[in-house]
Design a protein around this ligand. Structure first.
Ligand code: NI
Length: 172
């Protein structure tokens, strides 16, 4: 597996609308494995293909599968690989949370997101899948899917700031 370079603003690939994936070949599988590896090494809780310079609709997300807002470091995590993800249902309620992004170094921001969403897409073999997520997991999915449409968190933030030393956040 290889570590991929993560691009950051103002790289234009982060502003492009990514194209749908139609071919599920070996090249795609390698990209997925490398993205998972790169996300874990960063470390991050999610990564979208445009963040590694590939303008295609593919995201990986890995976060503890719990209701706890501040899960333990060793809490079991759930990994999602999703191709052509689409948010098909959103809760009426939204909540504010603080986000950072591997492609927006040195800034964090407060962003309002739906608390629960349903996402439809394809798995890495091209088979349909549908996930229902809430809380931080829902936030991460919304953040990653935004990347596929050229949107980064400061576009949606009510305010952004430079984090104080020790103000650590999961990045995606
Ligand atoms: Ni991000």
């Amino acid at each position: 597996m290889s570590l991929l370079d993560i691009v950051s603003l103002p790289d234009p690939v982060l502003r492009r609308k990514a194209r749908k994936v139609t071919v599920f070949d070996k090249e795609l599988q390698t990209l997925i494995d490398n993205m998972i590896h790169t996300m874990r090494e960063a470390p991050g809780v999610g990564l979208a293909a445009p963040q590694v310079g590939e303008s295609i609709r593919l995201v990986v997300v890995e976060y503890p599968d719990t209701d706890d807002d501040e899960p333990d470091e060793d809490a079991p995590k759930k990994l999602y690989v999703m191709v052509n993800p689409e948010i098909v249902e959103t809760s009426e309620d939204k909540e504010l949370g603080v986000e950072g992004c591997l492609s927006v170094p040195g800034l964090v921001g407060e962003v309002e997101r739906h608390t629960r969403i349903v996402v439809k897409g394809l798995n890495r073999q091209g088979k349909p899948m549908k996930v229902k997520v809430k809380g931080w997991m829902a936030r991460i999915f919304q953040h990653e899917i935004d990347h596929l449409d050229g949107i980064v968190f400061p576009d949606r933030a009510t305010r952004v700031w430079q984090p104080r030393e020790g103000e650590e956040l999961p990045l995606d």
